[in-house]
Design a binder for this molecule. Structure first.
Ligand SMILES: Cc1cc2nc3c(=O)[nH]c(=O)nc-3n(C[C@H](O)[C@H](O)[C@H](O)COP(=O)(O)OP(=O)(O)OC[C@H]3O[C@@H](n4cnc5c(N)ncnc54)[C@H](O)[C@@H]3O)c2cc1C
Length: 386
């Protein structure tokens, strides 16, 4: 029986790396297998040939309310204080998103904006968030009009581009992620802790995985080493009865036996300019025009000091086809897809030492803080000494 490792972790993103480190810290020997030729999962960043620190899989901003999560990550990096602000480009005017009271005064003349501001505060309270869908249901004509304005100018076209659907076809939980904020606070997140890792995300993973009890294999598909067979997991042909933590796509794990889970993917187009900066904010959303959803300029976010060079990234959202060069980024949450996921989940339950975690294995959207929290919980469940 194979027992060289206490645990095998598949995927070196935040889910896998967090579990690996927690187990290693209490003396477990861990093998991490990562398909890509680098660690860090979708949070991976690197310096491009122009010397600009960029996020290969789209812009990542760390934000968290959970003290335990923050305490965990701060062990592996120092932080650069960054409060993310996003603006929407609406016919050439830039207004803060989520749409807030400052956006209101950009969208309308002062008198009307003032009136609407008072109505919003009366109806929902100051510093509250109300979703576009809730606002649409309000009977006040001016609030209804505002709902329509936000819907038309900030929400609908962006959402259609992002999901390739009409908003009515999208799960209300996803829609709820686009609120109107009755506040002057232009920050995109209000979490108590926000920031960017001082030396980049990849360095966090380097530090987390640098442990005598952790061995990392990159550029290896775990399914080339592991076989799932009738309730048993084989590692290199021998039964492995330690814990197997899987953070890859669950349909892939079972050879798509029930069919493929649908996803959205993204094309990233990076451009470097011989300038210090080319846009006003870290991220500009294109909510009424263009085929891309947003443009990010990394230097705003990373705080990198570099003169005469800056890199941006345009994001084009499209349906995931399963092609080799595509990456499944966003689960498409709806009843049908959840039911399909449930079948895979039940199949996974037949393997008592298999644990699914992460945005792909659980077919859910998780921010980094949320997935770290889940991974910390899973590690404690697997090993009470953690
Ligand atoms: C465009 C974009 C922007 C985002 N921005 C933010 C943000 O600003 N803030 C935030 O908090 N979160 C953000 N997120 C979410 C963040 O990326 C996730 O929370 C995080 O990636 C989840 O980590 P994970 O380990 O579950 O998945 P991943 O990071 O995807 O890691 C899974 C790893 O498993 C590997 N793997 C899969 N299958 C196999 C296999 N068979 N064998 C070996 N390895 C395998 C993959 O290669 C991958 O490296 C963003 C996500 C996207 C797509």
């Amino acid at each position: 029986m194979n027992k060289i490792y206490d645990a095998i972790i598949i995927g070196a993103g935040f889910a896998g790396a967090t579990v690996a480190r927690q187990l290693a810290d209490v003396g477990k020997s861990v093998l991490v297998i990562e398909k890509r030729n680098h660690i860090g999962g979708n949070a991976y960043d690197y310096y491009n040939s122009d010397g600009v620190l960029i996020h290969k899989y789209g812009p990542h901003i760390f934000h968290a309310n959970n003290q335990k999560v923050f305490e965990f990550v701060r062990k592996y990096t120092d932080w650069y204080d960054y409060q993310h602000k996003v603006v929407a480009n609406v016919h050439g005017k830039e207004m803060p998103v989520p749409f807030n009271l400052n956006s209101l005064y950009i969208a309308y003349d002062e008198e009307k904006a003032k009136r609407i501001e008072q109505k919003l505060i009366e109806a929902y309270g100051a510093e509250q968030k109300v979703t576009i869908l809730e606002l649409k249901k309000n009977t006040d004509p001016e609030l209804k009009e505002l709902a329509q304005y936000v819907y038309d100018n900030v929400f609908v076209y962006y959402t259609m581009k992002q999901w390739g659907k009409t908003p009515e076809e999208i799960d209300p939980n996803t829609t709820a992620r686009v609120p109107v904020f009755i506040s002057r606070d232009d920050r995109y997140f209000q979490d108590s802790f926000q920031g960017m890792p001082k030396d980049g995300y990849t360095k966090i993973f380097d530090n987390m995985l640098a442990h005598e009890n952790i061995e990392v294999l990159t550029g290896v598909d775990a399914l080339d080493k592991l076989t799932l067979d009738d309730g048993q997991i084989l590692f290199e042909g021998e039964v492995f009865d330690g814990d197997v933590v899987y953070s890859g796509a669950v349909d892939y794990l079972f050879g798509n036996c029930y069919g493929s889970l649908p996803y959205r993917t993204l094309d990233f187009v990076f451009e470097t300019f011989n300038k210090d900066y080319v846009q006003s904010h870290g991220t500009i959303n294109y909510t009424v025009s263009e085929d891309y959803t947003r443009i990010t300029e990394f230097k705003h976010m990373t705080g990198q000091v570099l003169q005469g060079k800056t890199t941006t990234c345009k994001e084009y959202s499209k349906s995931y086809s399963g092609a080799e060069d595509e990456i499944p980024y966003y689960a498409i949450i709806n009843e049908e897809n959840n039911a399909l996921y449930q079948k895979y989940f039940e199949k996974a339950q037949q393997y008592k030492n298999l644990h699914l975690i992460g945005r792909l294995a659980e077919y859910k959207y998780y921010n980094m803080d949320a997935i770290i929290e889940r991974a910390l919980d899973l590690a404690s469940k697997l090993c009470p000494e953690v």
